[in-house]
Design a protein around this ligand. Structure first.
Ligand code: NAD
Length: 338
């Protein structure tokens, strides 16, 4: 099939070209993101392949369908950027990569927790400048601390397993918990208990209307003083302004973000030397107990291999009229309207 990729980077081209030796599709890589201005570039493609910050809204879907696109293939797990209702009305199936390497994201979560706790990001700079003083670098044992995980799906469960290996007490909240949670020793609880008892809270639920700004002034008020908050899921699960207040009052002692609500204007681009206009983002960067990475939790060779193979298999299944095992059903979640 003719596949047009939006928001493609050199690493997408490398991994998809390699994987495509097995599938034989025609791949066209565009660097521009998909939105109402660029949708016209899909002309001639049967499939568009999009990523986390591409805009797959109702008007964009109409343009894609008018241009002959018959399938939207997400090369990611999350689908909050797609208007699924509009896609269903246009009979445009949407496929995704539900699981490629949960280890990539779970391990990045741990990297953030360990960095923030032991201040290795600051120690690295200090030592290079000949400053071997330890003041300000004190951490705490992860062993014995309580970690609350919101969302215990593929990534949340792997994160829980790793944390249990560290000797943590793991609390978990999920609207549809699986039996595996209890098998691995996660204590299922309600959100208020999780907020009240956790030393570290890590988000692994999808962005839906129910989880939009789940972390807000009210929920932060219920948390332990000195809590560590980690978000490797989707930016808009956190109200960044409320979190800034929490950092200023020192209620939140550490913050690790791999995702940010307005990341579409920033992430995946080299903006060094440019003036960043987002004042909320710049305020977050001004705290030395805030660690931000640019949506890189998925970014391992294993994950990119998995993403390329599963995406191309999804497209081949569509071409051959097979059932789409990785289709996102409309009922799965209503589209984000915020
Ligand atoms: P998953 O679908 O396997 O698990 C999500 C879990 O969240 C499910 O168990 C579901 O029941 C639960 N959930 C849904 N609504 C909830 C709510 N309101 N409250 C609590 N729990 C709720 O998804 P996954 O593969 O584990 O991925 C989780 C999220 O991680 C994705 O939605 C995606 O946004 C994000 N992600 C980020 C990166 C990255 O690079 N930073 C990479 C992959 C995925």
């Amino acid at each position: 099939m003719n596949i047009t990729f939006f928001s493609s980077k050199p690493y997408d081209q490398q991994f998809f070209n390699e994987a495509n030796a097995e599938f034989g599709h025609q791949l066209r890589f565009l660097e521009v993101p998909l939105n109402a201005q660029t949708a016209v570039l899909a002309q001639g493609a049967g499939v568009v392949c999009v990523f986390v910050n591409d805009v797959v809204s109702e008007p964009v879907l109409h343009q894609l369908a008018d241009n002959g696109v018959r399938l939207v293939a997400l090369r990611c797990a999350g689908y909050n950027n797609v208007d699924l209702k509009a896609a269903a009305a246009l009979s445009l199936p949407v496929v995704r990569v539900p699981a490629y390497s949960p280890y990539a994201v779970a391990e990045h979560t741990l990297a953030m927790i360990l960095t923030l706790n032991r201040h290795t990001h600051r120690a690295y700079n200090r030592v290079r400048e000949g400053n071997f003083a330890l003041t300000g670098l004190m951490g705490f044992d992860l062993h014995g601390s309580t970690v609350g995980l919101i969302g215990l799906g593929t990534i949340g469960i792997v994160t829980a397993r790793i944390l249990k290996g560290f000797g943590c007490r793991v609390l978990g909240y999920d609207i549809r918990p699986t039996a595996e949670c209890q098998e691995i020793g996660v204590e299922l609880t309600d959100l208020d208990t999780l907020y009240a008892q956790s030393d570290i809270i890590s988000l692994h639920c999808p962005l839906t209307p129910q989880t939009h700004h789940l972390i807000n002034e009210e929920s932060i008020a219920k948390m332990k003083s000195g809590v560590m908050l980690i978000n490797t899921s989707r930016g808009a699960i956190i109200d960044a302004r409320a979190v800034i207040k929490g950092l200023k009052s020192e209620k939140i002692k550490y913050l690790g973000l791999d995702v940010y609500e307005e990341e579409g204007d920033l992430f995946f681009e080299d903006l060094s030397g440019k003036v960043i206009q987002d004042d909320v983002f710049m305020r977050l960067l001004s705290f030395n107990n805030v660690l931000i990475t640019g949506h890189q939790a998925f970014f391992t060779t294993n994950a990119l291999n998995g993403i390329a193979h599963i995406t191309l298999q999804n497209i081949t299944d569509f071409e051959q009229g097979k059932s789409l095992v990785n289709a996102v059903p409309f009922e799965k979640s209503p589209p984000m309207t915020v």
